[in-house]
Design a binder for this molecule. Structure first.
Ligand code: UD1
Ligand code: UDP
Length: 375
């Protein structure tokens, strides 16, 4: 009898990091029957990823609503999954990371009697309000899960400290590196063409240093984004030899302040969220990256790009310890000062742009599939 897998995700980063696992399971159809369910917690930003990785979901709950809230989203995911779980009856349900989709799916899967497999397990800041609500989402998911795929020894150690049975934990590296390799290989094919990359080439001023910015965290909504925009405005005005490119997240709590406060600065370009290959291409072109993203903190070190993280905490200490990621919070002065240091101090810049790979070697999905095969 084939083992039945249901892989569930809902947002852009989950899709990027689960896509290579979907592909790996689908290449083992002799052993597994694998289906994909998307909650569509995100819509356009999720569909961009599905297109690039050529994944057609078997179930689409199509839940995203404009400016949605955590209460109804959580309830809708649990309710929406009931039919899928009861009809397909998976043996294993795979969830990723720490979103509302992750936590709600793990609860629904537990109710159904399936075994829950948590990909990117064990990340912790130990501050339940930062990131909000992700720290609690991943702790709840961890306590429900039967199997834990940890990206690094540090994330495994966090789970051991929470009394998780060591036999149920596997260190795999982060599947984001699998996704990054897939993207690089596909983009390098001679027949690959991408309109977004072509259009970025017309926007980028190659005589200037490129600063790439992204931001979306809930705990930064409100004053945090006002401070971030003030810092970017000051940097844009101070450094006419730099160009800031900012693909703005579609959350209205991000769009509104960013477009209101940064629209009229000539060397700041606000653009729509990019497809994954175009964003990876842009990271490669950049001199430095300023972000509050989790995924970007993992990708940038393997591209040798320094990252300033606009957060007070991180669940990804590996690159901070290696000196290539620096926490700057959302204090405007600190963001401006650390960016200036990177722009003006070559020695500091070089120390932060060391190429290294604390988040894996691109074989995470293979390890996960082998582990499940051997159960
Ligand atoms: C969510 C996750 C966060 C993750 C982030 C990745 C939760 C609580 N938050 O935050 O952990 O880091 O995704 O980006 O799970 N929107 C669109 N189109 C899209 C996507 C979003 O219009 O394709 C708008 C909608 O108005 C939506 C809003 O953004 O209601 C918020 O989306 P939501 O998923 O609730 O929060 P994010 O801030 O995206
Ligand atoms: N990303 C993308 N297009 C963009 C910005 C980011 O494809 O315009 C990718 C990025 O490479 C990373 C992921 O999206 O893999 C990060 O998503 P996000 O920052 O929204 O979420 P987080 O990782 O913080 O949960």
């Amino acid at each position: 009898m084939k083992k039945k897998n249901l892989i569930v995700f809902g947002t852009r980063p989950e899709a990027i990091k689960m896509a290579p696992l979907v592909k790996e399971f689908l290449s083992h159809q002799d052993k597994f029957e694998t289906k994909v369910c998307i909650t569509a917690q995100h819509r356009e930003m999720l569909d961009q990823v599905l297109d690039f990785f050529e994944i057609t979901p078997d179930f689409d709950l199509d839940l995203m609503k404009p400016n949605q809230n955590l209460y109804t989203l959580t309830a809708d995911i649990i309710t929406g999954l009931k039919t899928v779980l009861e009809d397909f009856k998976p043996d294993y349900v795979y969830v990723h990371g720490d979103t509302t989709t992750t936590m709600s799916t793990s609860i629904a899967a537990f109710y159904s009697g399936a075994q829950v497999c948590h990909v990117e397990a064990g990340l912790r800041t130990f501050n339940k309000r930062s990131p909000f609500p992700e720290e609690i989402n991943r702790s709840v998911t961890g306590s429900i899960s039967d199997f834990h795929f940890s990206p690094t020894p540090t994330s495994k150690a966090n789970l051991i400290r929470e009394n998780v049975d060591e036999k149920t934990i596997l260190i795999t590296g982060n599947t984001v590196i699998d996704a990054l390799n897939f993207s690089t290989n596909k983009v390098n094919l001679p027949q690959f063409q991408d309109e977004e990359i072509d259009s970025l080439k017309t926007i980028i001023d190659s005589s200037k240093k490129l600063i790439l910015v992204t931001g979306h965290r809930r705990e930064n909504h409100g004053q945090g984004f006002v401070n971030i925009c003030a810092a970017l405005k000051e940097l844009g005005q101070q450094h006419q030899d730099c160009q800031i490119i900012y693909p703005v997240h579609l959350n209205p709590n991000v769009q509104k302040p960013v477009y209101e406060l940064l629209n009229d600065i000539t060397n700041i370009k606000l653009i729509n969220p990019l497809s994954y290959p175009a964003f990876v291409w842009l990271m490669n072109q950049s001199y430095l990256i300023i972000t509050d993203s989790g995924g970007v903190q993992e990708e940038a070190p393997s591209l040798g790009k320094p990252v300033l993280v606009m957060r007070d905490t991180t669940e990804r200490p590996e690159a901070v310890d290696a000196g290539t990621v620096l926490l700057v919070g959302t204090n405007s002065e600190k963001i401006v000062n650390e960016t200036n240091k990177l722009l003006n101090n070559k020695e500091f810049y070089d120390s932060m742009s060391m190429l290294h790979n604390p988040y894996g070697d691109g074989t995470a999905c293979e390890k996960i599939v082998n582990f499940i095969s051997n159960l």
